[in-house]
Write a protein that binds this ligand. Structure first.
Ligand code: PGA
Length: 249
């Protein structure tokens, strides 16, 4: 039985004060939600405000990136033990925007995932194809490579704590959602990759989230797919009303 995870990826939005305000309005709207886990991933500077505002609630806090070293002369970076100490439960790794603008590769995704697990954080590892890759019929090949290089090298015990997020890059922030069938196919393919690498038991347990223009009015169709175990939500997670409607799909 996989418990759905509804995660908000705020990207570079919301100051600490805006974070507190969001939580004050959002928490009552999801206080009765028992069917899923709920996660907010604010920018680094707003993590403390989110942790304070969600204390004792059913909403957890995560980060949007992490560096793989524990500490050292790495100006601008934040480590996994620091995120853990700040009250984070999870961390998004390998988001397509990190891959596109900040040089993230499958190799760095792997190092960050190992570091997150070592600090007791749940990594939410993003994979997904570009539009030209989908149009060229290369979706499965791209997903297989991202999985093999980014995740398959983990130990089985480590992998048990990983969440995968399938985010077709052409669907992120564009209003173009993958159809439930398209997403379902990709999720099934990813679960097969997990089965080959870590066995059938791991494949039946791993949560695979869908991300890319998830909105209150399309979430139910996506969640009806048997292999979709939650959502990683960008734009629609910024408004308490919208994100609560997604959580309470
Ligand atoms: P979106 O972003 O919901 O705004 O498309 C999703 C994501 O990038 O995680």
């Amino acid at each position: 039985m996989r418990i759905p995870l509804m995660a908000g990826n705020w990207k570079m939005f919301k100051t600490p004060a805006e974070t507190t305000d969001f939580c004050e309005r959002f928490l009552p709207l999801v206080a009765e939600a028992r069917h899923c886990e709920i996660l907010l991933c604010p920018p680094f500077v707003s993590i403390a405000a989110a942790v304070a505002a969600t204390a004792g609630s059913n909403v957890g806090v995560g980060a949007q990136d992490v560096f793989w070293e524990k500490e050292g002369a790495f100006t601008g970076e934040v480590s996994a033990p620091m995120l853990k100490a700040a009250g984070c439960r999870s961390v998004i790794i390998g988001h397509s925007e990190r891959r596109q603008y900040f040089g993230e590769t499958n190799a760095t995704v792997f190092k960050k995932t190992v570091a997150a697990l070592g600090a007791g954080l749940q990594p939410i590892v993003c994979v997904g194809e570009l539009l030209e890759e989908r149009e060229a019929g290369r979706t499965n090949e791209v997903l297989a490579t991202q999985f093999r290089e980014g995740l398959a090298g983990l130990g089985a015990g480590e992998f048990a704590n990983v969440v995968i997020a399938y985010e077709p890059v052409w669907a992120i922030g564009t209003g173009k959602t993958a159809t439930p069938e398209m997403a379902g196919d990709a999720h099934r393919f990813l679960r097969e990759q997990v089965s080959s690498a870590f066995g059938a038991e791991a494949a039946s347990q791993v949560r695979i989230l869908y991300g890319g223009s998830v909105k209150p009015d399309n979430v139910a169709g996506l969640m009806a797919q048997p292999d979709i175990d939650g959502a990683l939500v960008g734009g629609a997670s910024l408004k308490p009303e919208d994100f609560s409607r997604i959580v309470n799909f």
